[in-house]
Design a protein around this ligand. Sequence first.
Ligand SMILES: Cc1ncc(COP(=O)(O)O)c(C=O)c1O
Length: 392
Amino acid sequence: MKYDFSEIVPRIGTDCMKYDKVDWCCGRKDVIPMWVADMDFRTPPFVLEAMQQRLQQGILGYTCSHNAYWDNICRWNKEQFGMDVKREEVTYIPGVVCGIYLCVQCFTQPGDKILIQEPVYHPFRIVPEHSGREIVFNSLVRTKDSFTMDMDSLRRDIKGCRMMILCNPHNPAGICWTREQLQEVAHICAEEGVLVVSDEIHCDMLLGGRRHIPFASVSEEARQNSITLQAPSKTFNMPGIVASQTIVYEPKKRRKFFTYIEGNDFDLGNVFAYDCVAACYSPQGLEWKTQMLEYVQGNIDLLCERLEKECPQIVPIRPQASFLVFLDCRGLGYQTQEELDDFFANKAKIGLNSGAMFGPGGKGYMRMNVGCPRSIVNQAIDQIVATLALVQ
Ligand SMILES: Cc1ncc(COP(=O)(O)O)c(C=O)c1O
């Protein structure tokens, strides 16, 4: 491999949330931080170089986007997902969570119902709730190996909603929805006049040779009735740059949304944003992310194999995308989520996201981030196994 993902890059004391604020997730600092979704790998050198070039200009003035930014976004979508995107169908937005907020503000009113499929990334619930919207929980169903959608319950629950926020691929269970599932969601939502906001932030991290299926690409109904949110921030480990994009095909919705974004000044990237995004969506970016995913897959394989052998009470849901692993910990036998959280934080000393934060269906689960050197994954498993030997 050209890039070394096993390097331990010191992060403590660098104002990085994952290490310096790990107590936010589990109440203490002396744990291995495997929570917030950034990776412990160096941001790719070509991204850092693009920033350095900009820095050398010596003035941090207002910055405009350039052709490389738009061209690379459009080419990447075509080459990676077979998505035809025209320049005018895309706009910059700061973060994807901010994008969800903007969609909620622009397309719904206080009191409106918004459907989410839990367990799911917690801002899907928090952002609309903070804006006075009502959340409708449509629960995913546990299968033998993962979770799936229940279309009958979706058809029932969607009635009276104005928006559905879809996680494609899904966080925390790492699911890549099939074309058929997405087509059915598109059809159900189109019939009920429900706008679909598809958060596709994990779309560049499909594992096992899979190819991402953008929601907007699955049918005409999906194309006409959706807002897509994308970003290179997770894949290329640069969420601190705060640069994402939204794609809207249907002209009326696009005009409404882009006017709203521009009118509120959310379409202006910071001085580094456009260069960093252009650098990611490049041949170098493809090479880096291919190697990064190979390494992450190795971490996932290791975690699954070691847990199965040494700690079968914890059953990982093998992610089909990304570096987050949802651990089914119900076999540990704890009666409450608090006891489970306590086991990991205070006994095994590992900082994980509590499954309950993703919704009622996440109870009994923990989310582990394995976007880190393999030695850290091994250390975490060692601590879990040793702790279990003491407490059980
Ligand atoms: C599904 C999903 N959406 C959005 C985000 C955060 O995006 P941003 O930092 O661009 O707001 C995350 C981060 O984990 C995520 O998993």
